[in-house]
Design a protein around this ligand. Structure first.
Ligand SMILES: [Zn+2]
Length: 204
């Protein structure tokens, strides 16, 4: 992350926190919304701390940064003087944010829809690729970052199935080839009941 991106992230989160802090003083806001504001302020502060320490941001962090950046991205008249930085941050977020097959198709469709002359066969080609990419209509979304931490919650504990190939001679197993790992799921997100047993690995 370069210095300009870092500064813009801190700016948009601080700016949003200021707006929310001001809203907290406004008595018109109901208790529920006040509570949501307080929680979001805390989350923003935690992201700022991560950015300052150079820690890895998870998907949820990137989503919150995108939300906070939006107002500056839409400020085309550059009244708040952060529009160019907001455009740069948005591009950076697009590069950082992994998307799955479903989202990839949505992006392509939206792009094709812009041109009313897009031939039907282009949509059909996209549809064929979609069918190929999702056997049994199952969409496998990327769930882990490059450090193998869960993109949703940041935990590094996961359960996975391994498909080994076993060589039989008659009924005797003579060799076992270690196979691919499939169905890998974050324990904290997918099996919360079992997570306490493994929680200490995340704290190490
Ligand atoms: Zn998780």
């Amino acid at each position: 992350m370069n210095e300009e991106i870092k500064q813009q992230i801190i700016f948009v989160l601080d700016d949003d926190n200021e707006v929310m802090t001001a809203a907290l003083r406004n008595s018109d806001l109901d208790q529920e919304n006040k509570q949501l504001n307080r929680e979001l302020i805390k989350k923003h502060e935690a992201i700022i701390a991560k950015v300052e320490k150079g820690e890895l941001l998870v998907k949820m962090d990137l989503n919150l940064i995108r939300d906070a950046n939006e107002i500056h991205l839409n400020d085309k008249a550059n009244i708040q003087e952060h529009h160019p930085q907001a455009v740069a941050l948005n591009d950076w977020l697009d590069r950082m944010t992994e998307f799955g097959k479903e989202e990839a198709v949505k992006i392509l469709e939206q792009y094709l829809d812009r041109d009313s002359h897009t031939p039907t066969k282009v949509y059909r080609a996209l549809h064929i690729l979609w069918e190929e990419a999702t056997p049994n209509d199952v969409v496998a979304e990327p769930s882990f970052d490059e450090e193998d931490k869960c993109l949703e919650c940041g935990s590094k504990v996961s359960f996975a199935d391994a498909t080994d190939t076993i060589v039989f001679v008659g009924d005797e197993i003579v060799k076992r080839h270690v196979g691919d790992i499939t169905n890998r799921n974050c324990v904290r997100c997918t099996y919360p009941d079992q997570y306490p047993e493994y929680e200490h690995f995340d704290k190490e």
